[in-house]
Design a protein around this ligand. Structure first.
Ligand code: SAH
Length: 270
């Protein structure tokens, strides 16, 4: 039986594709996706039948993929990042369910933008985080603002996807709201994380430069638990008493940190 694969292709660079995604893309005969993601995986899918559609053609993309899978072709519907994080997994499953189309589906996860961006600036997500999509094309702004306020009340670090959608300046409104809850907090702007054109900016919220933000960007609004040290954003998550104790314990520290060359690995040790 043929199968429909909904495949996350990660943030961009090929080395961030999972092995499973690679395997699936090699074996399917048909690949459907938005032009940018198809380009991203071009070296892997040479010679296959490829369908690309425009940015807003999500429904069309799903229908094409479902049709070919139902006709007996192994088909991959590709999404940037992860297909279940503002990708096409939900819509595709909804269409299959509503139309009672009985095809086998496998969803292949990918590295989502929040994780791709966070690893470049340190470890800001260590102490619980929320992802919030600012696009008010599908979801009303009132709902987005309500969720933002709840996340701020909860002291979460907030990763903003789609910071510049229809109303370009929603992000400005977001910063004005954030300032009512978090004072002196850090903001990271990561453009094109782990792909061509990568740019990273870290600043205090007071000095954030909105002109650096576009639709290829995620914005990480750090919770008050995040501090900045030696170029990294670090979320405290309860290790601090242990760490302080260790720093005062010279003997243990020296044992671990001042080690001479690592012991040779003997196979018998494993
Ligand atoms: N399914 C995707 C998200 C799609 S929504 C995922 O899991 O990553 C599209 C938004 O994701 C963009 O507007 C941008 O905010 C963010 N995004 C996707 N890839 C990105 C990347 N490599 N770097 C920065 N932001 C990215």
């Amino acid at each position: 039986m043929s199968k429909l694969y909904i495949v996350g292709v990660g943030p961009g660079k090929l080395e961030y594709l999972t092995l499973r995604a690679y395997e699936v893309l090699r074996k399917v005969s048909i690949v459907v996706g938005y032009g940018r993601y198809i380009e991203q995986i071009a070296p892997i899918i040479r010679g296959k039948t490829i369908f690309t559609t425009g940015m807003r053609d999500e429904v069309k993309r799903c229908l094409i993929a479902i049709r070919y899978a139902a006709q007996g072709y192994d088909t991959a519907l590709v999404c940037g990042g992860d297909p279940g994080v503002y990708g096409l997994a939900g819509l595709c499953l909804q269409i299959c369910a509503e139309l009672s189309i009985d095809i086998e589906v496998e969803i292949v996860p990918g590295i989502t933008a929040a994780l791709a961006g966070a690893c470049l600036v340190g470890a800001p997500l260590m102490r619980d985080f929320v992802v919030l999509n600012l696009s008010d094309i599908l979801i009303p702004w009132e709902e987005i603002e309500h969720k933002l306020r709840k996340a701020l009340e909860g002291n979460f670090t907030i990763v903003i996807y789609n910071p510049c959608s229809k109303k370009k300046y929603n992000i400005e409104k977001v910063f004005n709201i954030v300032r009512q809850y978090y004072h002196n907090t850090y903001v990271a702007i990561v453009k094109n994380a782990l792909r061509e054109g990568q740019e990273i900016y870290i600043s205090k919220i007071e000095n954030v430069d909105i002109s650096k933000i576009d639709m290829n960007t995620i914005v990480i609004i750090c919770s008050p638990h995040v501090y900045f040290r030696k170029g990294w954003l670090i979320a405290e998550r309860g290790y601090e008493p242990k760490l302080r104790k260790l720093l005062n314990d010279r003997e243990t520290l020296e044992k671990f940190i001042n080690v001479s060359p690592a012991p040779r690995r003997h196979s018998s040790a494993y």
